[in-house]
Design a protein around this ligand. Structure first.
Ligand SMILES: [Zn+2]
Length: 211
């Protein structure tokens, strides 16, 4: 396995590494316009699916692409909240994209009865952040198939994470002043299609139609 990664690295250096851009970014720092929040799932590759270069996306990933609500002084060691604060208040990104995806294992796990043990305690606690979306799905389409429930929950969850983003004081301030925009996306890992939530229409639309 490591051999494959070593060969891949060499191919990257030979064919894709942009020396000029790398030196520019090393000398001048990063000025990404977008914070991209997505799942840790290996099938989601943010830079590929947006064809972005080094320096363009500030990325934070976690299982389920969740945003914990703002806890202020009560919080400690929160990786996602720290990345968010840095992106919003220091880098002053202009956009935040919450990108969920199809066949998400985190969302799927919400529909399984999993006992909490010392091997999964962090996962089970973390997945509580997806519970409101699951409840919404069960209330809205109670007779749907598990596939439909999961799809609904993935899309609903991204919208709820946007609400969680708004609990961060500087996010709220910058959104209300028009300086920061928040987006919920859903990436279909099978077809490659990306949908974006349109709040005016209250539905997900193809990314090309997204305002
Ligand atoms: Zn996932």
């Amino acid at each position: 396995m490591l051999d494959k990664l070593k060969r891949g690295y060499q191919e990257y250096i030979d064919n894709y590494f942009n020396k000029e851009l790398a030196e520019y970014l090393a000398d001048n720092g990063q000025f990404p316009q977008t914070l991209f929040v997505t799942c840790s799932d290996s099938r989601v590759v943010p830079n590929q699916l947006t064809n972005s270069k080094a320096g363009e996306l500030f990325i934070t990933r976690n299982i389920g692409n969740f945003i914990p609500p703002y806890l202020g002084e009560d919080s400690k060691y929160l990786a996602t909240a720290s990345a968010l604060e840095y992106a919003v208040s220091s880098l002053k990104v202009k956009n935040i994209i919450i990108c969920g995806h199809s066949e998400c294992g985190a969302i799927g796990t919400l529909f399984n009865d999993v006992n909490k043990t010392d091997k999964n305690v962090n996962i089970i606690n973390w997945l509580e952040l997806g519970a409101p979306a699951k409840e919404k799905a069960l209330n809205t389409i109670p007779n749907a198939s598990i596939k439909e429930l999961r799809d609904f929950t993935e899309k609903e969850s991204a919208k709820i994470q946007i609400e969680n983003l708004m609990t961060y004081p500087d996010v709220k301030k910058r959104v209300e002043s028009g300086d920061l925009k928040l987006y919920a996306w859903h990436y279909n890992i099978r077809t490659g299609e990306v949908l974006c939530y349109d709040s005016n229409l209250d539905k997900y639309v193809p990314l090309a139609d997204c305002l």
